[in-house]
Every structure is written in C-alpha cells, then in structure tokens.
Design a protein around this ligand. Structure first.
Ligand SMILES: NC(=O)c1ccc[n+]([C@@H]2O[C@H](COP(=O)([O-])OP(=O)(O)OC[C@H]3O[C@@H](n4cnc5c(N)ncnc54)[C@H](OP(=O)(O)O)[C@@H]3O)[C@@H](O)[C@H]2O)c1
Length: 385
C-alpha cells in the first residue's frame, strides 16, 4: 500500500522518496534503504499534520523496541513495510491546514519534533509530524543537535524538575540519551553532588557532564555502599535515578539483609530517600496487550509506591515510576533555548552521525540495540545545517 506504481521516471521523482524501512520484526539487520516509498503529501496526510523535509533523526529505545516486535500489541507498526524512527529535525514543506500564527513556525522553518503517535515514520526524506511536541530550532543549533534533543533531553528536563538542588543524586545510565542530558539539567539547577555509573566512568567526570564521582558497574557493585566508600563517598544518596533498570529489585534484596544499613547506598523513606525510574526491571521488556501494559507500568508501580511509603518506610527509599513523556511545548522550547544559549550540550554518540544508507542505518540500530551509547545515536538524512 505504501508503494506507488512507477509509471515513469517523472512519477518516481514526484511521488516517491528514499526511506529506511523494515519489512518485518527483527533486529538492526532488517532496516534497509529503499528508493520507492510513497512521499507524504497533503493529499494523503490527514489535515493538521505537518510535512517536513527530514534533516536528522535520533534513535530512542522505543525505536529498537518497535523493530523487535516485543511491544507489537501496543506500539505497532500497523503494517509493513514501515519507516522506523520517531524523533527528528526537519524543514517544514507543508503546514497542511495548521495556522502558522497558532504555532509560531511556518513553511521553510526548521523544527524539532518528538513522536506523538508512536515511534515511527521519521527515517524518510520527508516525514509527518504533529504540533503537540514540536518547536522551532534556533539558528545556532544544528539539525543533528536538535534531533538529539527532541526526545531524550525533553524527557530529562521533565525528570530534573522532580529533583531539588539540595539532594545528593546518583544517576544510573548517566551516559545514555536521557542520562547525559539529565546530569546537565541537574548541574544547571545547582544540584551540588551528582554521581554517575557507566562502563566508561571517566567520560562522566569530563565536561559537559562533570559528575562529582563515577563508578564502572562492570567492575564494582554499585549497590553496595562499600564500593562508594572506596572512592571516599561517605554520605548515602538522597535520590537514585535508575535509567538502566533493575535497581529496585537490588535495593529490595538488600533491605532484607540483617546488616542492611552497612550496605544500602540510599536513604530510606523516613530519612528522605527516593528512587526514581523510567525503566521496567527488565529494560528489554515485552508487552503482549493492554493488561500486560497495565501490570507493568501501573499496577506494579502503584504497589511499589505504596509499599515503600507505608510498610517499608524504614528500610527502602520511596519508589516512583516517572512518566516523563508529557506533551508540553514549553519544555521543548526551553530545551532548545538552553542549547542555543550554550547552557545545554546535545550529546551525540561520536561514532555517528550515521549515513542515510542501509549500512549507516544498520550501524545506528546495532549501536542502539547494544544499550551502550555515548548520548544519542543520530542519523543524518539530508545535508545543510
Ligand atoms: N526518548 C527517550 O529517550 C525516552 C523516553 C521515555 C522513556 N525512556 C526510558 O528511559 C530509559 C533511558 O533511556 P536512554 O535512551 O537514556 O537509554 P538506554 O539506551 O536504554 O540505556 C543506556 C544506558 O544504560 C546503561 N546500562 C546498560 N546496561 C547497564 C547495566 N547493566 N548496569 C548499569 N547501566 C547500564 C548504559 O551505560 P554505559 O555508559 O555503560 O553504556 C547507558 O548509559 C530507558 O529505559 C527508556 O525506555 C526514554
């Protein structure tokens, strides 16, 4: 259905575009460049959906998850072949019924957009975006930077608003897409002590993250206070932000140990300790339907939130599963503005930006699937700023 008959060369150019597609669920090897995908136009796209010429796309964990098919019951795609990728920077080619005055951008403007209808559709020469989480990109922010900031940095900004300057914070996954921007937002709001974990901990101590301390989780048990004492950390954390997954189960295990006080790295609820996460215990989770999603994201989270605040007040930090995907234009605008003012650096994995080719897309997806990126994995779709 996505392919149009190629009557002649002219038709090909007018109605077809290059896109990275996948014809089935699988892994990075499934993504391939095609040259005959139907180009979106105001004749085919529902009104109020803007069409952009794509400049750059940043991959998020959801893109690898959709491709894997592990959440097909909820996140689709509705049919194959589909175009993966959800977060992009592009130049508007058609406002398609959206009043420019109501949104502050128009045809010819460069915008950053976060997916609002599932992480799909970005990796084409042209893409369709909604106005819900879209912002005009300042001139001094490159398209690769804008794509990198569109999702993870806006999520990180929402998350940072839940943390106050006086807290001693540990970020697990500090070098990933969300973590590398979260640490910067925490610095900006004056959080005095930030520690991070990564298998390349030295990168966390350098700018732009400048964590106070960092530990390699492949060499030390980051959930044992002894590991932190070895690098002279003597106070327990007020807040853990777990962007990697599984931390709650480790803390629960420790809370049952007879000598838990000697080992716990975080304060309990009664001492003000908090555990914030955006990741299920298994980061490569599977969802088989609405019931599975409710169990994973709602019931388990509610149970843990209540259990830690009531029965486990003196042995565990409070548990909160943070849904930080609010569609909030002010958050997008603030993120882009901070980047323009050079207060926030878009963290882009230095193995990229990857090319808009089969090989480039496969390398990018392979890196994303590894869960070991230095910031965001970006694919450059077209040249220019
Ligand atoms: N748009 C978004 O980005 C978005 C939106 C909503 C929710 N989320 C959720 O937020 C979470 C973080 O997203 P992300 O894009 O930053 O990251 P991600 O790609 O899932 O995770 C990368 C981070 O996890 C760390 N990691 C991997 N295995 C680990 C282990 N065994 N122990 C400790 N750390 C480990 C990596 O550390 P190394 O430095 O060692 O490689 C890396 O920093 C994900 O669960 C995601 O689903 C993201």
């Amino acid at each position: 259905m996505n392919f149009l008959p190629q009557k002649n060369e002219r038709n090909h150019k007018l109605f077809l575009m290059k896109a990275i597609v996948s014809h089935d669920y699988g892994n990075y090897q499934n993504v391939k460049l095609v040259t005959d995908f139907a180009k979106p136009s105001s004749a085919t796209v529902p009104k109020k959906k803007i069409i952009v010429k794509t400049k750059a796309v940043a991959l998020a964990p959801g893109d690898a998850r959709v491709l894997s098919g592990k959440c097909k019951a909820l996140q689709g795609p509705p049919s194959f072949p589909y175009i993966p990728g959800g977060d992009l920077c592009g130049v508007i080619t058609d406002m398609n019924g959206v009043d420019p005055k109501s949104v502050g951008y128009n045809v010819g403007d460069r915008v950053a957009a976060r997916f609002t209808e599932g992480p799909r559709g970005a990796l084409g020469e042209y893409a369709v975006i909604s106005t819900e989480m879209t912002g005009k990109v300042p001139e001094n922010v490159t398209s690769e930077e804008a794509a990198a900031l569109a999702s993870s940095a806006t999520v990180a900004l929402c998350l940072s608003r839940k943390i106050s300057a006086k807290e001693r914070v540990l970020v697990i996954g500090a070098r990933g897409g969300v973590g590398s921007h979260l640490v910067q937002f925490l610095r900006l709001k004056g959080v005095e002590y930030i520690a991070g974990v990564s298998r390349e901990p030295e990168t966390l101590l350098k700018e732009p993250l400048s964590c106070n301390d960092a530990i390699d989780y492949t060499k030390k048990d980051i959930y044992d206070f002894q590991s932190w004492k070895e690098i002279s950390v003597i106070q327990k954390f007020d807040t853990i932000v777990d962007l990697s997954g599984g931390g709650y189960l480790r803390l629960l295990e420790q809370s049952r140990m007879p000598n838990r006080n000697a080992h716990m790295i975080i304060k309990t609820v009664s001492e003000g300790g908090r555990f914030l996460t955006m990741t299920p215990d298994n980061p490569l989770f599977e969802i088989n339907g609405i019931w599975g999603a409710l169990k994973l994201f709602l019931f388990t989270s509610l149970f843990r939130a209540m259990n830690t605040r009531l029965l486990k007040r003196t042995s565990m930090p409070s548990y909160s599963y943070v849904m930080a995907l609010d569609n909030d234009l002010e958050i997008m605008a603030e993120t882009l503005q901070l980047a323009s003012e050079k207060k926030l650096k878009a963290c882009i994995d230095d193995r990229g930006p990857f090319e808009f080719t089969t090989d480039g897309a496969q390398q990018a997806f392979k890196l994303k699937e590894s869960r070991h990126m230095r910031g965001k994995v970006v694919i450059k779709v077209s040249s220019g700023v």
